[in-house]
Design a protein around this ligand. Structure first.
Ligand SMILES: [Cu+2]
Length: 218
């Protein structure tokens, strides 16, 4: 946790920690008050039960504080979500197709791969579509996840800032072999990516220039 390689790590982990911290404070406070009241209003100390009338300030406090906390969680979540929706105009577009039970990636020239190759420090927009049922495109190391739904065009984007290979998972139960629906995203320095892209594209042209979409390059 708190490692990974995209431009969203700070925002997503930040919201996560913020909510975790609030939850921890509430857990401790509620546990403390519970034990405190059990002792304070113990029957041995208070043989005669008494009615307690309301306290306006207490009621104001327990309304205002949770409202502020919930609005805070919403605010940070919304700010982060908005960044994930605003794709930079210079993003490289890769079409991602999901089907039971594999991922396929299509580059602008028709190159098709079973692994997602991307250049480091460049915005990549993944246009998501499904050939059959609901899937979910999930790269935990980049903190991005989006449902892939038939007949609905979803997208997400990211900037991978660390060279390496990271898991891509399907995060929506999609049938018998859902748990095997894994792929990898490989992040390469930009010139290395460009070399790979040129080489891989040559192969599809050599194999069949009239039918590039059906050529699989590993
Ligand atoms: Cu799936």
């Amino acid at each position: 946790m708190f490692s990974g390689g995209s431009n969203f790590i700070k925002d997503v982990d930040g919201v996560f920690l913020f909510i975790l911290a609030i939850s921890l404070v509430l857990l401790l406070l509620i546990t403390f008050l519970m034990v405190f009241f059990v002792i304070k209003y113990n029957r041995k100390k208070n043989p005669q039960p008494k009615n307690i009338s309301g306290n306006i300030w207490l009621e104001v406090l327990w309304t205002v504080i949770p409202t502020v906390l919930v609005l805070g969680m919403f605010y940070y979540g919304w700010v982060g979500y908005k960044k994930m929706k605003d794709v930079p105009s210079n993003a490289m577009i890769v079409k991602v197709t999901a089907q039971m039970w594999l991922w396929e990636f299509f580059y602008s020239n028709g190159l098709k791969t079973d692994t997602l190759y991307v250049p480091q420090n460049k915005a990549v927009k993944a246009e998501l579509s499904s050939k059959d049922v609901n899937h979910s495109f999930y790269i935990p190391a980049f903190r991005i996840k989006k449902d892939v739904i038939p007949l609905k065009d979803n997208y997400l984007w990211f900037i991978a800032d660390q060279v390496g290979s990271y898991d891509i998972a399907c995060a929506e139960y999609c049938g018998l072999k859902h748990s095997y629906m894994y792929s990898k995203v490989v992040v390469m320095p930009e010139d290395e990516f460009n070399n790979w892209f040129t080489e891989a594209s040559k192969k599809i042209i050599q194999k069949d220039s009239s039918n590039v979409n059906k050529t699989f390059v590993k």
